[in-house]
Design a protein around this ligand. Structure first.
Ligand code: NAD
Ligand SMILES: Nc1ncnc2c1ncn2[C@@H]1O[C@H](COP(=O)(O)O)[C@@H](O)[C@H]1O
Ligand code: GLU
Ligand code: PPV
Length: 685
């Protein structure tokens, strides 16, 4: 069995990219540097090591490219790399000029364990402004052969090739060279459609102001468009500064997100090592019908692509922890620059959804149960903004406080303060007499004096609250605003039907609890509703999350939601990777450990208080994933299939059966729970 803390076990692969200090027109020296750096990649157990365009000779050689001794020396130097590669794990991809039938090509040599897996010529040769490549090189489409003799081997030759690890499913490399990425239809598009999950770009790309941004933008788009990992290595120090300059930019993007970037303008060799998630790429493509359709449209052409297999022999018996940052909160941006933008969008989506529904339904009032908890607070803020946007009086928002058996003084005071500061209309209905009557009517032991605070006792209260809200809405001409959030829906943490699961329109259904916390903090800290409201919002954020359905004295304090269903921080993490990417339990635990195992590591979103910046142990992560798996896959789908309308808010997912998540209400969770049981046994938990 492979070691648990090993990236290859979890469908990932380590990629190294280098921008060595090049020795112009000295292939032997360059080969020595490349072998040394490939050795570093081997020590890191990288699956691939990428070097820049023409890295064996230097890119900026101008007419020296046509010197026979130099071309001979490059081939000799390549032999040295091929020989050295026998002892190295990574696929080594280096730039080299290659002669084939009286033509010279600007190529990538793809080398693995003593074998030239293939030689890939550049497709688009730039011949404008500062570029003169057509003066020296022929382009890939001009190649007249499918294989050539090079460095003592017969090697496949051509641009339409994928290098596939036969023992690491999904790990398929495609190679393109610099300008190829600037073309309107880069070869990597077909490479991805043919099945490559990683594109390696050997680049020279001289630097000018804004070039780094331009390259990163292209790589980002390409990794999104091709649903791949896009690795880019630009030439660095040592290239000729006759008329140009070089910065050695190294980047890795995955599925449209920047994963890692190197220092630029270094004096010596530049390096970047990062883990790409092959499984996530494969899973994302499975979901994307357009990707499939695009491949289908050119299926005939793709059949001509050659697949060169190799054996990666990943060291599954070694401990290889993840080398990549995993965000703790997949629903919350931890980049402070994106914070305002994301919050602005989230609020506007919620507000826009409700405003449109109120307008279209011709309904003047909104009815909302306000508990002093997070969800009803967020829903009330959104409703107030929707009324502002429609130019309506906030007094037509009926905020109903409905104390029950577990309602605490603090949450109640917070609800009142919020209602006051937002200027909405307050109503109060004590649900206890009606609840006592219902409990007696159904023969519940509570009516006889027993302290039986079971699910029925809880749901009677949640049900009555909903009943009151709907009847007030009938009576007043209002719309009942739902408050239940995405995380609660995922876990089935709501009362079905005649309960908080139902509403006329639910503004929170697409917002995970961790994002709700973040949005409330954002509103509070921007002082959007004045200082009193901000102070109340801060207090609400500090309150223990509780349904407050059981008397506090019976529950030793307010009933804790997170003690029952797990920390929302972990459950939102689980939801993201299980629903959005369909990853299995072992992979989720592996990622969760990387994200949550060390409180000191990585960035925290600003609104998370110092005291709450905690770590979770492996045992805790597994325990709560077990709860998630059972609840999400087995016991809660029937609640989601009957959920009210409400907008999708984050691209990471929504759980409406008419939107982003369809599943049977009668399926089992056994494959997930069995996998977790096996994992527990393996990890000794
Ligand atoms: N937002 C909150 O914090 C909040 C609010 C209210 C309730 N809650 C919690 O939510 C829980 C609600 O309890 P619950 O889920 O047992 O009650 P529920 O009434 O919501 O759902 C259970 C009922 O659904 C039926 N059912 C079960 N599986 C079904 C399926 N596949 N198809 C159709 N029907 C099915 C069962 O007959 C059972 O009576 C409680 O633990 C309560 O504390 C939390
Ligand atoms: N005390 C309450 N007053 C008004 N509305 C309430 C109260 N408690 C709950 N609600 C409503 O029900 C949902 C779900 O409640 P949980 O506290 O999450 O169980 C809540 O958002 C309110 O709309
Ligand atoms: N157009 C590219 C690349 C040129 C090349 O292929 O080297 C650039 O601006 O950097
Ligand atoms: O539903 P609420 O408003 O009571 O929020 P929470 O469930 O976060 O306490």
């Amino acid at each position: 069995m492979a070691v648990f803390q090993n990236i290859y076990r979890h469908g990932m692969a380590r990629i190294a990219a280098f921008a060595p200090r090049v020795a112009l027109a000295d292939p032997k020296a360059n080969a020595e540097a490349i072998v040394a750096l490939a050795g570093e990649a081997d020590a890191e157990r990288a699956a691939a090591a990428l070097f820049p365009e023409l890295s064996l000779t230097g890119y900026s050689l101008d007419d020296l490219h046509h010197q026979a001794p130099l071309l001979d020396a490059a081939e000799t130097a390549a032999r040295a790399i091929i020989e050295a590669s026998r002892a190295l794990m990574p696929v080594i991809v280096v730039g080299c000029p290659v002669r084939a039938h009286s033509q010279l090509f600007n190529c990538a040599l793809v080398i693995h364990r003593g074998r030239v897996l293939g030689i890939v010529p550049k497709t688009y040769l730039p011949n404008y402004r500062e570029y003169y490549e057509k003066r020296w090189f022929a382009a890939a489409p001009g190649a007249q052969v499918e294989a050539i003799e090079f460095a003592g081997q017969t090697a496949p030759f051509g641009a339409a090739m994928i290098f596939e690890a036969e023992d690491h499913p999904g790990f398929g490399l495609h190679v393109e060279i610099c300008e190829d990425l600037w073309a309107p239809h880069p070869p990597s598009i077909d490479g991805a459609l043919a099945g490559a999950t990683v594109t390696l770009n050997l680049s020279a790309s001289n630097v000018t102001i804004g070039k780094a941004r331009e390259r990163a933008a292209l790589c980002e788009v390409q990794s999104q468009r091709c649903q791949n990992a896009y690795v880019f290595a630009a030439a660095g120090p040592g290239e000729s500064t006759n008329d140009l300059a070089w910065d050695g930019q190294l980047t890795v993007h995955e599925l449209g997100e920047p994963l890692a970037a190197s220092e630029r303008f270094h004096n010596d060799h530049g390096r970047l090592v990062v883990d790409v998630d092959i499984e996530r790429i494969v899973q994302d493509r499975l979901r994307q019908s357009t990707f499939r359709d695009a491949a289908g449209r050119i299926a005939e052409r793709l059949k001509d692509w050659r697949r060169v297999g190799f054996s990666l022999d990943a060291p599954l018996d070694e401990t290889l922890p993840l080398k990549r940052a995993i965000a703790r909160f997949p629903f919350v941006p931890d980049d402070p620059h994106r914070l305002d933008e994301d919050c602005y969008e989230a609020y506007n989506i919620q507000v826009q959804g409700l405003a449109q529904r109120l307008r279209a339904a011709g309904i003047a009032k909104a009815v909302i149960g306000v508990s002093g908890g997070l969800d009803s607070t967020q829903a009330l803020i959104v409703t107030a903004r929707a009324f502002d946007r429609l130019g309506r009086d906030r007094k037509d928002i009926l905020a109903v406080v409905m104390p029950g058996f577990g309602t605490g003084a603090e949450t109640r005071a917070n609800a009142d303060a919020l209602i006051e500061s937002l200027g909405v209309t307050r109503r109060e209905i004590d649900i206890r007499p009606a609840a006592e009557r219902m409990l007696a009517d159904i023969g519940h032991p509570y009516a006889e004096g027993a302290k039986q605070y079971d699910v029925t006792f809880e749901n009677v209260q949640a049900g009555l609250r909903t009943d009151y809200l709907f009847r007030i809405a009938n009576h007043e001409g209002g719309l009942v605003i739902g408050t239940g959030d995405l995380s609660e829906l995922a876990l089935g943490w709501c009362t079905y039907g005649v309960g908080d699961q139902m509403a006329h329109y639910n503004v929170n259904a697409g917002v995970a609890k961790t994002l709700i916390q973040h949005l409330i903090a954002w509103s509070a800290r921007r002082g959007q509703f004045g200082p009193d409201a901000s102070a109340t919002l801060e207090r609400i954020l500090d309150t223990e999350i509780s349904p407050e359905l059981v008397p506090a004295d019976a529950a030793d304090g307010p009933q804790s939601t997170e003690a029952a269903i797990g920390p929302y921080a972990l459950q939102d993490f689980n939801l993201h990777y299980a629903a959005r990417y369909g990853l299995g339990p072992a992979k989720i635990v592996f990622l969760a450990e990387a994200a949550w195992g060390d409180a000191e590591a990585g960035a925290w979103p600003a609104h998370v208080a110092e005291a709450d910046r905690r770590a979770y142990s492996r045992a805790e992560i597994v325990q709560w994933l077990q709860v998630f798996a059972r609840r999400f896959f087995q016991t809660s789908q029937f609640k989601r299939t009957a959920m009210p309308n409400g907008p999708k808010v984050t691209s990471a997912g929504a759980l409406s059966p008419r939107g982003d998540w369809r599943a049977p209400s009668d399926s089992a969770a056994t494959v997930w729970t069995d996998a977790l049981a096996a994992l527990r046994a393996e990890l000794g938990l």
